[in-house]
Design a protein around this ligand. Structure first.
Ligand SMILES: [Zn+2]
Length: 217
């Protein structure tokens, strides 16, 4: 079967047709997935389009890719970087061979697995009953790799806020800690009073005052 010249067909589409097409896409921010709001097949968004009195069904992602690039290689597939078949955000689309697409899909799956592992490590660490070395042994990783995960240097996750500095759990933000230190320095308060005011025990207050938390980076 002769491959349809999608590039040529898409070039013939009217501005009005494109408008109708984009109306069916849930357009969000630049980097998020723009999901197709209408009919899907095998997870892919589908759009019926009539070109020169001939009816066609195209993938929403194919149309989106062409619209942005005003070009498409008919010998290649339009692939999703985000693995979300419904997505029609041109920033998430690229062209590749079937083989490339499968390989990329497998690699992204592996990455996702590692991210899940990182999330697990973070949760375990936050519970406070373990240390880098122990986690390293458990997850077959180096101590420094675990440290990088805990401090969000590896597997940077914007939803994860480390509550640690150098592995020490911080009850307060850096700003609050500075405030406490200034209070101690500039007023006649005592460690005991400070501990009471901030509802912490005296040894913790003492650590803050004496810079034992090592948060001054
Ligand atoms: Zn997407």
């Amino acid at each position: 079967m002769k491959m349809r010249d999608k590039h040529e067909l898409f070039s013939k589409m009217k501005e009005k047709q494109w408008k109708i097409f984009w109306n069916a896409v849930d357009i969000k921010t630049k980097n998020s997935c723009w999901e197709w709001k209408q009919h899907c097949n095998r997870g892919y968004g589908r759009k019926n389009i009539t070109i020169n009195n001939q009816k066609y069904v195209f993938g929403a992602h194919q149309l989106a890719f062409w619209y942005k690039n005003k070009y498409m290689d008919n010998n290649l597939q339009v692939c999703h970087k985000c693995d979300n078949r419904k997505c029609a955000n041109p920033n998430h689309l690229y062209q590749g061979t079937q083989k490339q697409n499968t390989r990329d899909y497998v690699n992204r799956g592996k990455n996702k697995l590692s991210l899940n592992k990182a999330t697990k490590i973070r949760k375990e660490y936050a519970q406070g009953n373990t240390c880098y070395r122990e986690l390293g042994e458990k997850y077959n990783s180096s101590t420094s790799h675990i440290s990088n995960i805990i401090n969000n240097k590896h597997w940077n996750d914007k939803n994860y806020k480390p509550t640690f500095k150098n592995g020490v759990k911080m009850k307060f933000s850096f700003k609050t800690i500075c405030k406490m230190k200034n209070e101690y320095k500039n007023t006649k308060t005592t460690v005991a009073k400070l501990a009471k005011k901030y509802n912490i025990d005296q040894s913790y207050a003492c650590k803050i005052i004496k810079n034992k938390l090592r948060v001054n980076e």
